[in-house]
Design a protein around this ligand. Structure first.
Ligand code: NAP
Length: 252
């Protein structure tokens, strides 16, 4: 049996577990951080919660006799990515990175690219007064001083406390989001600015298409860099193919 640990929290990680879990010769374990209350659950064995840094993950890889580590975490899960790379090196376990491609600007897009969430917050008042903010709960604190802008904030789960923003409305929702629905939402709230991470993928692209249709600027937070020297695949199909080459695993 070849044992594969998939670091998840993304749609691609669930799809990969679905594609691999019935393959002969493979045992799949999926790992979730435990952030969302009702996550999309992959089939097969699932563990939830942090490992305790890169050393904890390295020890887990050794103890659980993992043969391949697949880092399919979100492009902005920077800490987990760094831990995965270190643990793979120190534990002598090969690693494959599954990372969806970034979105590409299309004609009509009005993107303002920034390097991080603090830069996004600083830039916001220059570009709009009613912003649709979709960065996720962890990043909201960066916008706490931004008094002139009203925010429409979309989160997956209800927050434990009031949001650290001067003026906002909270909505809950989980993708995929259709462009037509995003357009209607943005019209309804008279949104004049979108603030988004450069997450890539289809599931949250609707707001980007809607901003283009509505001629609204987008403050686009660039991705953190992927560690150099890693083997990276950009789709579940490519990951399945590469894992078959590396580990076998025939369709059953
Ligand atoms: P992060 O800052 O990179 O990681 C923080 C800590 O959370 C890690 O050090 C690790 O704890 C734990 N962790 C993260 N992913 C884990 C996983 N798959 N399994 C077990 N532990 C994990 O991560 P984040 O940005 O908070 O994201 C948390 C999770 O949400 C990730 O799995 C990611 O794929 C998913 N997600 C993130 C975003 C985003 O925008 N950041 C968006 C959608 C989904 P230890 O050090 O204790 O091991």
């Amino acid at each position: 049996m070849t044992r594969i640990l998939i670091l998840g929290g993304t749609r691609e990680a669930v799809e990969l577990a679905q594609r691999l879990h019935e393959r002969a010769g493979l045992q799949i374990v999926s790992s979730l951080a435990g952030r969302t209350r009702t996550p999309h659950m992959p089939p097969g064995e699932v563990r939830v919660g942090g490992f305790g840094g890169s050393a904890g993950l390295r020890d887990y890889l050794i103890r659980e006799r993992i043969d391949l580590l697949v880092d399919a975490t979100h492009p902005f899960a920077e800490r987990m990515h760094g831990n995965a790379v270190r643990a793979s090196r120190e534990g002598g376990v090969p690693i494959l990175r599954l990372e969806r491609s970034a979105w590409r600007q299309e004609p009509g897009d009005r993107w303002i690219a920034v390097d991080g969430v603090e830069d996004a917050a600083q830039a916001a008042p220059e570009h709009g007064r009613r912003a649709f903010l979709t960065t996720g709960v962890k990043e909201l604190a960066a916008f706490r001083e931004i008094e002139p802008v009203w925010f429409l904030v979309r989160l997956v789960d209800p927050p434990a406390a009031p949001l650290p923003l001067h003026h906002y409305e909270l909505i809950l929702g989980r993708g995929p989001f259709a462009a037509t629905d995003e357009e209607a939402l943005m019209r309804h709230h008279r949104i004049d600015l979108l603030i988004s991470k450069e997450s890539g993928g289809d599931s949250t692209y609707g707001k980007i298409a809607a901003a283009r249709i509505l001629n609204i600027p987008v403050i686009m937070i660039r991705r953190p860099a992927t560690s150099s020297g890693l083997e990276v695949v950009a789709s579940t199909d490519a990951a399945v193919e590469r894992i078959a080459e590396l580990c076998g695993g025939r369709p059953s």
